[in-house]
Design a protein. Structure first.
Length: 253
């Protein structure tokens, strides 16, 4: 028998109970179920902490002295009053801005309307409205320019607001020249039939032309015929270029 067979083997090192417990706990072996339970416990603890904090705050007010509660209420009332005052100020400012905007818009509209009115009188813009159409047939070419000018004067006296003869706009300084059969309006030749498109009150314009001894009878004596037709919509669209005065200036400061 050899020496090795005769020598006895050393027994394996025995671990104590504490060592075996530590070996079982580390490294930790976390299962999915344990992780879910841990998260639920964490959430529950966080909720309890928040509730305790809220309860503590409420308890602070419940435990406050009457003087402190009165002071807190006064501060809240003051803050509410300041907010209400600020709201009132802002609403007043808004109304002021709206009124200012409305006034500016109204002034702008009035200015535009005034500009249109002056444009109608000056012949620089087209116009439409109720009125009459006067058609003068002059087959013989016997109507003199002064008869047409008299017609314009009668229409103006009856309240005509806009007048057009053939394709010429009649304005304040319009003049008639030439001779019978070769009439000119403001230097532009017009030929029969002479068609007057007039805006105004038809009930006033037509009788003014048909009065005894008026324009219609005068033209008939010249072997011409005059026909007056009322209309609810007369369009005067012949335009004159706007003139810039050479010397006159506005006197408003």
């Amino acid at each position: 028998m050899s020496d090795e067979e005769q020598t006895p083997k050393a027994p394996a090192e025995q671990k104590t109970g504490r060592q075996r417990l530590a070996a079982g706990l580390w490294p930790p072996r976390v299962t999915r179920a344990q992780l879910v339970v841990a998260l639920l416990l964490f959430g529950l603890g966080l909720g309890l902490a928040i509730q305790v904090r809220s309860t503590s705050d409420d308890g602070t007010l419940r435990g406050a002295r009457q003087e402190d509660l009165v002071r807190i209420l006064d501060e809240l009332d003051d803050r509410s009053q300041r907010l209400e005052d600020e709201k009132t100020r802002l609403e007043a400012q808004r109304r002021e801005l709206e009124n200012s905007s409305n006034q500016a818009e109204e002034a702008r509209k009035q200015t535009q309307e005034r500009e249109r009115q002056l444009g109608v009188l000056a012949g620089t813009v087209a116009a439409e409205g109720p009125g009459i159409t006067l058609t003068i047939e002059d087959v013989l070419g016997a109507v003199e320019p002064d008869k047409l000018l008299d017609t314009i004067q009668e229409l103006r006296a009856a309240g005509a607001e806009a007048i057009q003869v053939n394709d010429v706009r009649v304005v304040a300084d319009t003049y008639f020249s030439g001779r019978a059969g070769a009439v000119e309006v403001d230097g532009r030749k017009i030929t029969p039939p002479y068609r007057f498109k007039v805006i105004g009150k038809p009930q006033d314009l037509e009788p003014a032309l048909n009065i005894p001894g008026g324009i219609v009878q005068t033209l008939e004596k010249e072997q011409a015929t005059a026909t007056v037709t009322r209309s609810e919509k007369i369009i005067v669209n012949a335009l004159r270029p706007a003139k810039r005065p050479d010397y006159a200036r506005s006197s408003s400061q």
